[in-house]
Design a protein around this ligand. Structure first.
Ligand code: PEP
Ligand code: MN
Length: 263
């Protein structure tokens, strides 16, 4: 169903009026994790001031260590909803459990399925049964074929509003957190009719590479770019080293605008 052979026109995913996949790049920013109303609202204001519409923030955090901050859960979704309503933004957040999918529909504009859950088939099926866009991230060890099949699981249940997101894969290279598989973008665009985003934060894990990676993503045909922004990364409860602060966010946006890759 996701194959370009089945449908030649691009799928356009409508997120609160934002038409993702329409040829204009869409940029998604926000903190790694929702920590408080003030924290999310601060980033939301910065996003809004730049004329952007899409805000991300994790409420359920799939952390490598069980002793690390696991996210605010439902409380986090409530904060995101409040901020989305106040700032007229669309919010994207990860759901990790099939039983939370129904609840998420009431709070979120896009359900994110994270790299670690790309082959959580019950979660994929549950996300396929609701009427809500899904941002599906590539598993860190998933082949492109496995990634496409994961999207197929969602669409096979009836939900065709899917955005694919390349977020880097695990290789022997240690210079970056993951290895950004940039050619996955045109391959996914050729093989499927779905919009494709690139997460420059989790793929590189390096602030100095966010801008060049974003330029590369847009130049190679990505429909959008995602990056993490936190009001005070030094005290962030997750991914402290790689989130942009608000000044870096300003700089990132002005440099990206100069590149003529965005409007
Ligand atoms: C995230 O986007 O918050 C995240 C945890 O990313 P990934 O699933 O790609 O690691
Ligand atoms: Mn993160």
């Amino acid at each position: 169903l996701v194959s370009r052979k089945k449908k030649s026109e691009n799928t356009i995913v409508d997120i609160k009026g934002e038409k993702v996949g329409n040829g204009q790049p869409h940029l998604v920013f926000g903190p790694c994790a929702v920590e408080s109303y003030e924290q999310v609202a601060t980033v939301a204001k910065a996003v809004k001031d730049k004329g952007l519409k899409l805000l991300r923030g994790g409420a359920f955090k799939p952390r490598t260590s069980p002793y690390d901050f696991q996210g605010l859960g439902l409380e986090g979704l409530k904060i995101l909803k409040k901020v989305a309503d106040e700032f007229d933004l669309a919010v994207i957040s990860e759901i990790v459990s099939p039983s939370d999918i129904e609840t998420a529909v009431d709070y979120l504009d896009v359900i994110q399925i994270g790299a670690r859950n790309m082959q959580n088939f019950e979660l994929l099926k549950a996300a396929g049964q609701v009427n809500k866009p899904v941002l599906l991230k590539r598993g860190m060890s998933a082949t492109i074929e496995e990634f496409i099949n994961a999207a197929e699981y969602i669409m096979a249940q009836g939900n065709g509003q899917i955005i694919l997101c390349e977020r880097g894969i695990r290789t022997y290279e240690k210079a970056t957190r993951n290895t950004l598989d940039i050619t996955a973008v045109p391959i996914l665009k050729q093989e499927t009719h779905l919009p494709v985003f690139v997460d420059v934060t989790h793929s590189t894990g390096r602030k100095d590479l966010l801008l060049p990676a974003a330029k590369a993503a847009l130049a190679i045909g990505a429909d959008g770019v995602m990056a993490e922004v936190h009001p005070d990364p030094a005290v962030a409860l997750s991914d402290s080293a790689q989130q942009m602060d608000l000044n870096q966010f300003d700089q990132f946006m002005s440099e990206l605008s100069k590149s003529a890759l965005v409007r």
